[in-house]
Design a protein around this ligand. Structure first.
Ligand code: 2HA
Ligand code: ZN
Length: 275
């Protein structure tokens, strides 16, 4: 089968375009990676070259040895993915040590995988461990309202989680484990990758202060839906804070406990503090 005819590739391209249409991917902002299933790799094998040069990932991810990933390219624009996928995205194989990658398909004009490859791969490695391999998608986007909030709220997991939960009843059901937040860091390197993956052990979403969000999920719908839900809650919070800084009424800690019981989710008490 041709790579571009495969369902997972079409889903990946659609997600890139959906993110662009949300306004989360100005210029070359944001990146997306997908850990391919064995049968998906097998299905497109006829188009996967073995002649790519091995290059250093920059971090060591031994649990990803031999895995194949579909990735967006460094410097590529999400808005172009749907028009010219072979230029904008590619498939990479990870070597047997988990330290190098080679391009097997796509990124045809001397392209390279996303500059955030270290963060993506470290997050994939952590998520394989904590989800027993269920999570396959890691998504980074420059979500406007979440970024705006990182200038006015304390950069604490408890504060962001609680404030965003209060903005929409679905939030604690969609992200019951909460949200991690890290201080501003230089993007693209080993340090931000380590700090993010440490948060992703507990959470499916991590906010990068003054930069954007990282989200992890089982498939494209769940991961895009998670990003969308968090960003929508942030939009409501920005609107609320713009109208008046205090709340006339809100969802209370007891309301959250009642919701958790009915919706069969566990909401950690550390987020249900008295204010
Ligand atoms: O430009 O979003 O974090 C890609 C990025 C870097
Ligand atoms: Zn970014």
């Amino acid at each position: 089968m041709k790579v571009l005819d495969a369902k997972f590739v079409q889903g990946f391209i659609r997600m890139c375009n959906d993110g662009w249409e949300q306004g989360w991917h100005e210029r070359n902002g944001g990146n997306l990676t997908y850990r391919m299933k064995k049968e998906e790799t097998e299905a497109v094998k006829e188009e996967l070259g073995q002649d790519g040069v091995w290059k250093e990932i920059g971090v060591s991810t031994p649990k990803l040895a031999g895995e194949y990933f579909l990735v967006t390219g460094s410097g590529k624009y999400f808005r172009n993915v749907v028009l010219d996928p072979e230029d904008s995205i590619g498939i990479v194989e990870i070597d047997e040590k988990g330290e190098n990658y080679r391009i097997c398909w796509g990124l045809v004009n001397d392209g390279r995988p996303t500059s955030e490859l270290p963060s993506h791969l470290m997050n994939h490695e952590v998520k394989i461990q904590v989800t027993g391999g269920r999570h396959r998608v890691i998504y980074h986007a420059h979500t406007t309202n979440v970024i705006a909030l990182t200038f006015v709220l304390p950069l604490k997991d408890e504060v962001f989680t609680r404030e965003l939960w209060e903005m929409a009843t679905e939030c604690p059901v969609v992200f019951p484990d909460g949200i991690g937040v890290i201080d501003w860091m230089v993007p693209g390197g080993r340090d931000i990758a380590a700090a993010t993956s440490e948060r992703m052990r507990q959470y499916d979403v991590t906010i990068w202060a003054h930069h954007g969000m990282f989200a992890s999920g089982e498939d494209f719908d769940l991961t895009f839906g998670l990003m969308h839900t968090v960003e929508k809650a942030a939009e409501i919070l920005v609107k609320m804070l713009s109208m008046r800084p205090d709340k006339q009424q809100t969802i209370t800690p007891q309301n959250f406990r009642d919701l958790a019981a009915d919706f069969k989710v566990t909401l950690p008490e550390k987020f249900l503090y008295e204010k």
